[in-house]
Design a protein around this ligand. Structure first.
Ligand code: FAD
Length: 463
């Protein structure tokens, strides 16, 4: 038995940290974990989970409107923001309890405290004003919204953290950003009846997604009434005498809103963590630099999840935690696999995607075939909803391998999860073709696109 207090000390009780602590404790290791805010971390407390609950809430007006075409008369609906916030709070408190209990149940010790490094084997538990020692240390402190201090009036702005708990639903909101968090919140607030403007400095929102999806979504969002200004930035935010905000944009517009939300990327939580005392190297963005096994430059200190600024998604943090446990405690060197990760944007309509976009595939492969379908899904027909669904497969002509699958439309995220198996397994287009369609579904389109819509050879579109 080592002379340290613990075999493993985990700093940060979010998706990655809790998984590492729980599984290591389950192996009989002496494990402790410290969380300075709430167990569950970003995902459970102010990320994926509350966000998805708010997405559901924001979809009801469209469901009510669509019901008429199916014969329903829906009385005028009213929405109560405090009820949604309170119910969300109940659910995340439940999950928070499960996360904490999971570690304790496996035999780990839980500290409700900020923790910092004193040296490579010593951790300070701030709430208890004492230090403990550990053989291995895992840093899983996540990230936080970029505060964008250069923006005059930034102190009047909110971030995704605050957006979940606003005392009242704003009448009008400006959201700055073009990534998935900005886009999702724009759809949430718009769906809840808020006059919403999205302001993004880039040419197109969601620039990392396939062009058909991001353009299709942009168009639909505008049709629904969300104002989108691209190649535009907020230059200043001022508090008005009536308590509302003036947002001055680089395109000359002035918006009058109740809230201005900044979703301009996230920064790793590495400040004042004692990293320099332990000799841990950080990168340009403040992220912890790790090798392929999530090990830092200090032999016994590891880092996983958002703090390493690799892929900022919950399942990735969890996967990195599992690989760490294999490597550090099961004598089974295991590298996290970051290749071909299915993701979604929970907008309205939704995006689900896995693998290479058309542009990425063009840059890497000599000739690709694109199979593309745009159609009105059956559920929209009687509803009278003029919204198209887009499905797209990107195929390497030389090997027939499906390189990417992209969907815009209802349940796209659910479909992308399953398509992820096929793309990860490197299945060929022929495997899709010989899969029987499931009728009537929207997804059957994915296995019935027999002829390429077009081909691209050396970056040039063939007729
Ligand atoms: C609005 C929003 C929506 C998102 N939606 C999705 C989604 O739909 N799907 C998805 O996969 N991902 C989503 N994410 C990303 C996802 O939440 C993160 O990738 C994931 O939570 C990362 O896990 P982590 O363990 O690295 O860090 P976190 O979950 O952030 O956990 C880090 C924890 O460390 C604690 N901490 C920090 N410093 C210390 C310290 N010194 N001592 C003690 N504790 C400390 C923090 O309080 C925090 O609880 C979303 C994120 C946001 C912000």
């Amino acid at each position: 038995m080592s002379s340290y207090d613990y075999d493993l000390f985990v700093i940060g009780g979010g998706s990655g940290g809790v998984r590492a602590a729980r599984v290591a404790a389950g192996l009989g290791k002496r494990v402790a974990i410290a969380e300075e805010f709430r167990f569950g971390g970003t995902c459970v407390i102010r990320g994926c989970v509350p966000k998805k609950l708010y997405v559901y809430a924001s979809q009801f007006p469209e469901h009510f409107a669509d019901a008429a075409g199916y014969g329903w008369t829906v009385p005028e609906a009213r929405f109560d923001w405090p009820t949604l916030v309170a119910n969300k709070d109940k659910e995340i408190a439940r999950l928070e309890g499960l996360y904490k209990k999971g570690v304790e149940g496996a035999g780990g010790q839980v500290f409700q405290s900020r923790a910092t490094l004193v040296d490579a084997h010593t951790v300070r538990i701030e709430a208890e004003d004492r230090t403990v020692t550990a053989d291995q240390i895992m840093i899983a402190t996540g990230g936080r919204p970029n505060p964008h201090l250069a923006l005059p009036g930034h102190e009047h702005c909110i971030f995704s953290n605050e957006a979940f708990d606003l005392p009242e639903l704003p009448k009008a909101i400006m959201i700055a950003g073009g990534g998935y968090i900005a886009v999702e919140f724009a759809n949430i607030f718009h769906g809840l009846g808020v006059e919403t403007t999205l302001v993004y400095r880039g040419k197109e929102i969601l620039s990392r997604f396939d062009m058909d999806l991001r353009r299709g979504l942009h168009e639909t969002m505008e049709k629904k009434g969300i104002r989108i200004f691209c190649q535009t930035v907020g230059e200043a935010v001022d508090r008005r005498a009536d308590g509302r905000l003036d947002v001055f944009l680089s395109n000359g517009e002035r918006l009058i809103v109740d809230q201005a939300m900044l979703a301009l990327g996230r920064l790793p939580n590495t400040e004042d963590l004692g990293l320099e005392k332990a000799g841990v190297e950080i990168g340009k963005m403040g992220e912890i630099v790790v090798d392929d096994f999530s090990r830092t430059n200090v032999e016994n200190i590891w880092a996983i999840g958002d703090v390493t600024n690799r892929v900022q998604l919950t399942p990735v943090a969890i996967h990195e935690a599992m690989c760490f446990v294999e490597t550090a405690f099961k004598n089974n060197q295991t590298k996290p696999d970051h290749d071909t990760i299915a993701t979604a944007v929970f907008s309205q309509p939704e995006i689900g995607t896995v693998g290479l976009s058309e542009d990425e595939a063009c840059a890497r492969f000599e000739e690709i075939d694109i199979y593309r379908a745009a159609f009105r899904p059956m559920r929209n027909v009687l509803a009278g909803r003029d919204e198209k669904m887009i499905m797209k497969l990107v195929v390497d002509k030389a090997t027939d391998r499906v390189l990417g699958a992209h969907i815009l439309g209802p349940d796209a995220g659910e479909m992308a999860q399953l398509l992820g198996i096929a793309v990860k397994a490197r299945l060929g287009k022929q495997d899709f073709d010989r899969t029987m369609a499931l009728h009537p579904t929207a997804a059957e389109e994915l296995v019935t696109m027999y002829k390429p819509s077009y081909s691209i050879r050396n970056g040039q579109r063939a007729a």
